[in-house]
Write a protein that binds this ligand. Structure first.
Ligand code: DGL
Length: 281
């Protein structure tokens, strides 16, 4: 019989290990991964988190494969050098393009990624028509094509590339009008396709979930994968070593202007966090 899934002692009772915590690295091209970090904080309340927001190089969605691999590798290297023992790629684009490279390069560390939630979508849909909002790079990736090929052929999947959304979300309040306009235009296409389920295939889109839901209407089911990723992290990070000085959540931007990161983290993260000075990576 396989051993029952269990939580390691240090994850069971918050505060039971005052001297440090398992330190886990998280990164995204910018603020999008905060939506995943929130779910991670809830699922693993005793872990410590070091989050790199690569705002200086966002968005990734229209970058080349080589560029995304290079950025992901550089950031992962930094996180492991800081003492992280596990990694969450809180970005669909970086997962689609770079997670295999990261796993090959650091086989000793568990690496969890995020992918568009097609599996929950095929369960949720009633009419078999599913819309996927994601970056052009994610939708064009071999990994995503394999994910599509693994779904039963009777489902009609409408892939809608959104080259604009992540960048507009990164710009914050100054881009709100353009963001609303862009969301309306993507949702118009999905409504015309009569999808009854919409997959948020980019971690940034969790922040505009309500706007997407309002455009699509009450009957449309929205799929976000943050909680599923957090559950996968619980499984994969069992037994990670404790870092003696790690605690809480630390956010590190790669560009000087971290206004959007501060604002989004303040609004989105329920646990405390600290925003550090930018690093050049
Ligand atoms: N948040 C990312 C994703 O999940 C990246 C978006 C971007 O930088 O274009 O795909």
């Amino acid at each position: 019989m396989p051993p029952a899934l269990h939580m390691p002692a240090r994850f069971v009772s918050p505060g039971s290990h005052p001297a440090g915590a398992a330190l886990i690295g998280v990164f995204d091209s910018g603020v999008g991964g905060l939506s995943v970090l929130r779910a991670l904080q809830r699922a693993l309340p005793d872990a410590a988190w070091l989050y790199v927001a690569d705002c200086a190089h966002a968005p990734y969605g229209e970058r080349s494969t080589a560029y995304v691999v290079e950025r992901s590798t550089r950031i992962a290297q930094h996180l492991f050098e800081q003492g992280c023992s596990g990694l969450v790629v809180a970005c669909n684009t970086a997962t689609a393009i770079a997670i295999d490279t990261l796993r090959e390069r650091w086989p000793q560390h568990p690496v969890v990624g995020v992918e568009p939630g097609l599996k929950p979508a095929v369960v949720a849909t009633r009419n078999g028509r599913i819309g996927v909002l994601a970056t052009p790079a994610t939708l064009a990736s071999t990994r995503y094509r394999s994910l599509i090929a693994a779904q039963p052929a009777r489902f009609h999947i409408v892939n809608r590339p959104c080259p604009d959304l992540a960048g507009l979300i990164e710009q914050g309040e100054s881009a709100e009008a353009a963001l609303s306009h862009a969301i309306a235009s993507h949702c118009t296409v999905l409504r015309q396709e009569e999808v009854d389920t919409v997959v948020l295939g980019c971690t940034h889109y969790a922040f505009v979930r309500q706007a997407i839901a309002a455009q699509m209407g009450n009957d449309v089911h929205i799929v976000d994968t943050a909680d599923a990723v957090a559950q996968q992290a619980v499984r994969r990070f069992v037994g990670l070593p404790v870092h003696p000085e790690a605690h809480g959540s630390t956010l590190v931007p790669t560009q000087a202007d971290s206004q959007t990161l501060r604002r989004m983290a303040g609004a989105w993260l329920t646990d405390g966090h600290e925003v550090k000075k930018p690093v050049v990576l």
